[in-house]
Write a protein that binds this ligand. Structure first.
Ligand code: NAG
Ligand code: NAG
Ligand code: NAG
Ligand code: NAG
Ligand code: NAG
Length: 469
């Protein structure tokens, strides 16, 4: 504080000058405080700690001791004030079979959730391609951490223990993992674990008062893998789903009006924005690596392959992203100016998000694609959309991309570097990362839900009076 000599008599002008100065210092110091808090968040790489690296070499475990700068102590943020969170979430205490038990986690007797305050006690998620749909894991961890002290995190969503006070009811079923790991029928059993869990889930939900209250409309169900919840989706279609796209859903079950699109977790490593190769350092014009022969909407991949395979600055090859493929894709995408995202089995794929974190301008050739948080993010600023019908015309695509010169490309690249953090799933979550963006998107759908229900009530009052007479 600025000390003021007692005897001086101040003119009001001087007083307001002093007031201005102290306001200035107050602003500066509070913004510094905020920044320090921000910097001392647990570094991004900490999520590596809890991601199993057995499948790919890309996600090697890194311990906090190696990564955390020693000089900067981690300063916990003040715990979340439930009244400030934009989304109050009630989470069912489903038995571990539905969530962390699928990761092999066994708690102590009657323990339903792992202790997320101790990183070494958090079960690991399998690496490799499983990771693409790991959204269920990150969101559940984030909710659990909202009730754990000393976990610095963004404060968009918070757990509440009284469902009547919640904006949304969260169903913690790891449906993608259940599909990926437990779809096979074992031995003499008639049904796979994945089917049995879905069956049990439907029974559980339909029996709950929370579900009956609004017919499930305020329930959030994660079904990111296109084949997850295959049985249960028909019975739980009134709920809000978190999906990769609508490719395998009928419009009544899932649509953009009620559901939320979440990004895939990228499988290539992210490039640091300060070391991102610029225009000249990316010798490959167009990059695509993936399965070239696909069923359903994938015919276009084949056509494009024959159109482009002989161009010398084009990389267009077969190959899955498993094992060494991930590393090749990382190197390839960060050496390319444009990365193709072509419809395959489904309209979406992790390739778009791999391109984004490689700061390789995505070229989206997928007419039915749905994009995460598109109501707040203008994808035309970071990518090129090409209608499938045009992309297959001889010479069209290459002419288009060769016509995008350094200046325009660099503008999109700068935008990409800025928005890339919105596609990072991490624990603990940070403001503006994928977890935080998803909660905000869910919150916008909740207000849409309220809007629709309020509109329905418009004439109830007059109806009531009419009935009374
Ligand atoms: C975290 O968990 C590990 C393994 O269970 C244990 O050895 C360690 O003491 C725990 N740390 C804290 C701070 O509780
Ligand atoms: C939950 O909240 C409602 C309304 O806010 C209240 O009436 C009810 O008693 C609460 N239930 C419990 C178990 O605290
Ligand atoms: C098991 O499979 C049979 C036949 O496919 C089906 O009728 C039954 O409902 C299934 N049960 C469960 C629990 O999924
Ligand atoms: C992983 O790394 C080891 C040693 O660096 C190497 O021998 C191995 O081939 C790599 N595996 C994959 C799948 O890339
Ligand atoms: C108002 O009326 C509509 C249509 O009849 C009904 O769906 C809705 O539940 C009513 N709302 C209330 C608060 O009673």
């Amino acid at each position: 504080m600025i000390s003021i000599p007692e005897k001086r008599v101040f003119s009001s002008r001087l007083l307001s000058f002093l007031l201005g100065i102290s306001m200035f210092f107050l602003l500066i110091s509070s913004s510094l405080l905020f920044r320090i808090g921000d910097n001392s968040f647990v570094p991004k790489s900490i999520y590596n700690l809890i991601v199993d690296s057995s499948v790919s070499n890309e996600s090697k475990s890194i311990t906090c001791k190696e990564m955390c700068p020693k000089s900067k102590p981690i300063k916990p943020l003040p715990s979340c004030n439930p009244n400030q969170a934009i989304l109050k979430v009630f989470m069912y205490d489903l038995p571990p079979d539905f969530h962390f038990g699928l990761l092999g986690w066994i708690g102590k007797q009657n323990q339903i959730w792992p202790n997320v305050g101790n990183f070494t006690e958090i079960p690991r998620y399998p690496g490799g391609l499983n990771l693409q749909h790991s959204i269920e894991y990150w969101l559940t961890l984030d909710l659990l951490s909202s009730k754990t002290q000393n976990i610095p995190r963004s404060c968009s969503a918070i757990l509440v223990h009284n469902s009547t006070q919640a904006d949304i009811i969260f169903v913690p079923f790891f449906s993608s993992l259940s599909y990926n790991r437990h779809s096979k029928i074992q031995g003499i059993e008639q049904n796979s674990t994945n089917d049995i869990l879905q069956e049990k889930l439907v029974e559980y939900l339909k029996g709950r008062d929370e579900w009956k209250r609004f017919g499930g409309k305020d329930h959030l169900i994660m079904a990111h893998h296109p084949n997850s919840m295959l049985l249960a989706r028909w019975k739980l279609g009134s709920a809000m789903f978190l999906l990769a796209d609508f490719g395998r859903y009928s419009n009544e079950i899932a649509n953009i009006d009620k559901d939320v699109i979440a990004p895939y977790r990228h499988v290539v490593r992210s490039i640091d924005a300060n070391n991102s190769p610029s225009f000249e350092k990316r010798p490959i014009l167009v990059y695509f690596q993936g399965a070239i022969y696909r069923k359903d909407g994938g015919v276009i991949r084949q056509e494009l392959y024959y159109l482009m395979k002989d161009e010398k600055d084009v990389h267009f090859t077969f190959g899955s992203a498993i094992g060494g493929g991930v590393r090749k894709a990382s190197t390839g995408m960060s050496a390319s100016k444009f990365c193709l995202n072509i419809a395959g089995d489904t309209p979406s794929s992790n390739r778009l998000f791999d391109a984004i974190v490689s700061h390789c301008v995505p070229v989206i050739i997928s007419d039915e694609i749905e994009l995460p948080y598109e109501d707040v993010l203008d994808y035309s600023k970071i990518s090129i959309f090409v209608p499938a019908s045009k992309a297959c015309k001889k010479g069209y695509l290459l002419k288009l991309l060769r016509g995008i010169k350094k200046e325009k490309w660099t503008e999109m690249w700068e935008n990409l570097k800025q928005i890339a953090p919105h596609f990072e799933y991490e624990y603990p979550s940070k403001p503006g990362d994928a977890v935080d963006m998803i909660w905000k998107a869910v919150s916008r759908k909740v207000s849409r839900l309220h809007y629709k229900s309020h509109r329905k009530n418009r004439y109830n009052m007059s109806q009531q009076f009419l009935n009374a007479h």
